[in-house]
Ligand binder design. Structure first.
Ligand code: 5AD
Ligand code: SF4
Ligand code: FES
Length: 359
């Protein structure tokens, strides 16, 4: 077997190589992290771009087995920000020089919802004089709807595959029409065809998940030629069906380390994509997000949802920043980024270099 020191300097990785890197122990892990940091600096620089995250509604038609705001959870107080509240949050991002916003919410599929998102995208463009970049993260939609939103001005879309293994996908989702693995794959392809910069990602440390699954997830992202990735540790939530399997999970610290390794390996596999430092990292380690920025990630999504609603957007336990307001996270993150040795790319879209090189 090739040693890790040699492996990380290779320009290509087989499935076995990826598995070996995922299994790297303490010393080898440091080699991996150092190489990923070097590649990051070389290809995307030590600049972190902010995407102000607006979690505009927790009303969702889906029933994913891992998610705290799934339709079947009756212990959630459902909310839906008004258009004005959403536009005000976007205004905060604009005034804070964030460069971009992300509209994220539960998945709905109706003409009224499509109209609303289109209206909001146009509204955000208008209030910022076309300056704010817009990422959408509202699930699977028809190609027509994706096109309308793109034409309205959204140019990036996040849709995590959650797991690229069909088997595992159906262990963490109901096996029915609304949760079809094939439909999700098609949605990712439709987004690419529409012209979006496309981001996907997975949860790390799911029950039943193997190292082979995770290696395949990374190779899936490479094969799909994605432009952006957001992936973080799976964290159990008491009001979900997967809670039952909490005893078979990796300990939190190991899940966290595995998530960092996934980010570092992806940076080696896809040098110039945008990789987000997921909020879930901070649910395990108070400086988890900064650690990810040091070893490969280059995007952070400061929460700009009005504070009053944050407690109701609990996808998992221990979610950070639920007692804070947008201005708190702004000050906090600015300090944290500087401590991590990165600069903040204010007022820039910070588009995926990978996407730019393709077009
Ligand atoms: N733990 C970690 N991440 C989760 N997500 C949903 N539930 C959980 C959880 N319990 C992630 C999914 C989804 C994103 C919005 O949040 O990957 O795509
Ligand atoms: Fe809805 Fe997304 Fe949660 Fe699934 S993960 S239940 S689609 S909010
Ligand atoms: Fe929200 Fe630190 S990022 S309080």
């Amino acid at each position: 077997m090739t040693d890790v020191a040699t492996l990380v300097n290779q320009g290509f990785f087989s499935r076995e190589d990826v598995i070996q890197l995922l299994n790297a122990d303490r010393e080898d892990r440091s080699l991996l992290f150092a190489k990923a940091a070097e590649i990051k600096e070389k290809y995307v620089g030590n600049i972190v771009y902010f995407r102000g995250l607006i979690e505009f509604s927790n009303i969702c038609e889906k029933n994913c087995f891992y998610c705290g705001i799934r339709k079947g959870n009756r212990n959630v107080k459902r909310y839906n920000l008004t258009d004005d509240e959403i536009l005000n949050a976007a205004g905060f991002a604009y005034e804070s020089n964030y460069g971009s916003v992300v509209l994220q919410g539960g998945e709905l599929d109706s003409p009224a919802f499509s109209d609303r998102i289109e209206r909001l995208v146009k509204g955000i463009k208008e209030l910022s004089g076309d300056k704010l970049g817009i990422t959408l993260s509202v699930g699977e939609q028809s190609p027509e709807v994706y096109r309308r939103w793109f034409e309205a001005g959204a140019h990036r879309y996040l849709l995590r595959i959650e797991s690229s293994s069909r088997d595992l996908y159906y262990r963490i989702h109901p096996n029915d029409k609304t949760h079809s693995f094939e439909r999700r794959l098609k949605a990712l392809q439709d987004l690419k065809d529409t012209g979006y910069q496309v981001g996907t990602g997975v949860m790390i440390g799911l029950p039943f998940q193997t190292m082979e699954d995770l290696a395949d997830d990374l190779l899936f992202m490479k094969e799909m030629d994605i432009d952006m990735c957001g992936m973080g540790p799976y964290i159990e939530h008491v009001d979900t069906p997967l809670w039952e399997f909490r005893d078979r999970l990796l300990p939190l610290e190991e899940r966290f380390n595995l998530a960092l390794k996934m980010i570092a390996i992806l940076r080696l596999l896809m040098n110039n994509i945008n990789i987000a430092s997921a909020t879930a990292l901070q649910a395990i380690d108070p400086i988890g997000r900064e650690k990810a920025l040091k070893i490969g990630a280059n995007i952070i999504m400061p929460n700009i949802t009005p504070g009053a609603y944050r407690n109701d957007y609990k996808l998992y336990e221990n979610k950070p920043c639920t007692d804070e307001e947008a201005a708190d996270c702004k000050n906090c993150l600015e300090a944290r980024i500087h401590m991590s040795g990165n600069k903040i790319g204010y007022n820039e879209w910070g588009d995926s270099q990978h996407f730019k090189d393709k077009h």
